[in-house]
Design a protein around this ligand. Sequence first.
Ligand SMILES: Cc1cc2nc3c(=O)[nH]c(=O)nc-3n(C[C@H](O)[C@H](O)[C@H](O)COP(=O)(O)O)c2cc1C
Length: 190
Amino acid sequence: MITNETMKSILARRSYKAFKSDPIKDDILETILEAGKYAPTGLNRQAWHFTVVKSEEGKKMYKEALLEMRRQGRGPAGPPPPQPPNIIVKPEEEFRGAPVMIVVSGDPSLDIARLDCVLAMGNMFIAAASFGIMSGWTHMTAKDLFSDPEVKRQFKIPQGYEVYSAAFFGYPLGEPKDRGPRKKGTVTML
Ligand SMILES: Cc1cc2nc3c(=O)[nH]c(=O)nc-3n(C[C@H](O)[C@H](O)[C@H](O)COP(=O)(O)O)c2cc1C
């Protein structure tokens, strides 16, 4: 494998369950978002929207929406996932201590909107890693949370859009989960 700066960032990126609360500087955050916006989109439609939750009000709104979802008995069933040792993240503190969450939504009338939004998130993960900022995708929780029209309204998700990816970004705390070696036999050369 050849190593260059881009490869270093790709290899450095890891998913984290907990983050330091240190803020991400605005110019770095803008750069991460720009990386997202430069992902390819089907027919170059760019029918996506990036919602950045970073204010205390926004985080509080997220936590309250989560608690309300749980009160209603919606959301992932069962106990919260295990946390890394020595890191206590209360179930209601799903922000994982991170300074920023980015939610990418798209126009569901375009059947490839989901792919566009996921590619944007991938670009942002790698751009973030190039600054030493790690990420943590939150799939089921965000999926259930943003299926509620009232929550979408609160978070100013554009009318008619669906949320396809949501992740926390921040400086990492603790160690990432051991992801093991890459699987073998996943490449066929013809
Ligand atoms: C579509 C998708 C959904 C994911 N959902 C979650 C999730 O809900 N919670 C979580 O902690 N990690 C989630 N992850 C992160 C994966 O667990 C992680 O990427 C995988 O274990 C490999 O580890 P690495 O990212 O550190 O290489 C998700 C990743 C993807 C691509």
